[in-house]
Design a protein around this ligand. Structure first.
Ligand SMILES: Nc1ncnc2c1ncn2[C@@H]1O[C@H](COP(=O)(O)OS(=O)(=O)O)[C@@H](OP(=O)(O)O)[C@H]1O
Length: 395
């Protein structure tokens, strides 16, 4: 078997186990799984059949479709959005034993979104098992299934409802999940900037609402009628224009700190969290608790964005160890970009983009207070001192 250079030791390679009866795969899985590694000594290979249920398969198992083999993800980066998931995906896919959804040259985000939209995933998963287009993302070449394991990242997973997590677990019970968490304050501001760049907000042009920022999901006419309902009368759709990024602190404050009638709050409340997950996605504890209800503790790895960005190779070493991968030294492959960030050579980094205005101290304090209460519960997942020192939030 061809292995790519010395980077993947021969001892890492697996043999296949042709499963004549896919219905026995789940029963055998515990015997094939080494609890300290995603590697499967015998890699289940199921022959495609029109009746194959995706719920018979499991993480890391492969489906044989004609001359092709596609393997289900062994590990998934579940979020959080704006916590550096794309960068982490890029680094992990550089590992010679790992292959990302969409393939190395994917021009898209490489997010499979199998589990976060009701309706779509079941069809997609069925299509996977049935060799349809969704299998392409995890397709293997030649002898790759012997030594390569697939993974994907969909940051929205961390924000899923319980029934969606349940389905994920029923489909991939032995998957290893990686959660990367960024200080919720900077995460929410980064999310705001992301949505600004995408033109998701409207800015008021009329003197009564000049400069105010509104979520534009339902369009300017809907915003105008919501304003009318709270007594801000005479606003027409043409009085609202699409806001383009990069945006400012003032615009962020306008979105999260102003009630619809224009009152400025000096603190954030749950009501403000309605802004499309912008704030709610930072409630990490309840999100992780939801995953823990389905996946055992040992299958969830929690890392902090700031630690990763501070020492990328060191954090990748720890992650490799947790995944039980053969050691890959990232150090010869790093570069420091123009903005001073450590990135991987040959990997397009979001930090190569231009920066936006830093979050000001007043907003930092208001948001910090808003998130501080929820951080207690996060200490079930991350040491309190580490949260204090890395995020600088006092709680
Ligand atoms: N190496 C390194 N060092 C420091 N910061 C980095 C690095 N790589 C990515 N980033 C920052 O991560 C943010 C993007 O996160 P995601 O890739 O998870 O975004 S997304 O959810 O996929 O849209 C985005 O944050 P903001 O720039 O604050 O928006 C990136 O700049």
């Amino acid at each position: 078997q061809h292995l790519p250079g010395a980077s993947v030791p021969g001892s890492w390679a697996s043999s296949y186990m042709e499963m004549d009866k896919p219905s026995t795969l789940r029963t055998l899985m515990p015997a094939l799984t080494n609890s300290s590694s995603i590697r499967l000594e015998l890699r289940p290979l199921v022959e495609y059949s029109p009746n194959l249920s995706p719920f018979l398969l499991d993480a890391g198992s492969c489906v044989h479709i004609g001359t092709q083999v596609a393997c289900l993800p062994s590990t998934i980066i579940i979020g959080a959005m704006k916590a550096g998931t794309a960068e982490l995906q890029g680094w992990l896919s550089r590992h010679p034993a790992m292959s990302r959804y969409g393939g190395p040259s994917s021009s898209g985000t490489g997010e499979a979104h199998y589990f976060d939209s009701l309706g779509k995933p079941l069809r997609a998963l069925a299509a996977f098992a049935h060799g349809g287009s969704n299998a392409v993302g995890f397709r293997m070449r030649g002898a790759e299934p012997a030594y390569k394991y697939t993974f994907e990242k969909t940051p929205r997973y961390l924000f899923m409802k319980d029934e969606q997590i349940d389905r994920m677990h029923r489909f991939l019970p032995s998957a290893r999940l990686i959660a990367i968490l960024r200080n919720p304050v900077s995460r929410s501001y980064s999310h705001f900037q992301h949505r600004c760049r995408q033109g998701n907000f409207l800015v008021g042009l009329h003197p009564k609402i000049k400069g105010r920022v509104f979520a534009s999901k339902s369009g300017p006419a809907a915003v105008a009628s919501s304003l009318e309902a709270v007594g801000v009368t005479g606003i027409k759709a043409k009085d609202l224009a699409v806001l383009n990024g990069p945006c400012t602190n003032e615009q962020f404050a306008s979105l999260v700190l102003h009630t619809l009638n224009g009152t400025r709050l000096d603190h954030l409340n749950m009501e403000q969290a309605r802004t499309g997950g912008l704030l709610a996605r930072g409630y990490y504890a309840r999100q992780l608790q939801a995953f823990r209800r389905h996946y055992p503790h040992e299958q969830i790895y929690v890392m902090l964005t700031e630690d990763l960005f501070h020492d990328f190779p060191g954090e990748m070493d720890r992650l490799q160890t947790w995944l039980g991968l053969p050691y890959f030294d990232y150090r010869p492959h790093i570069r420091v970009n123009e903005r001073g960030f450590t990135v991987l050579q040959g990997l397009k980094s979001k930090t190569d983009n231009s920066a936006y205005e830093p979050l000001n101290d007043e907003l930092k304090a208001i948001l910090g207070k808003f998130y501080a209460r929820g951080l207690h519960a996060l200490t079930d997942f991350i040491d309190a001192d580490r949260l204090r020192t890395t995020w600088g939030i006092d709680f």
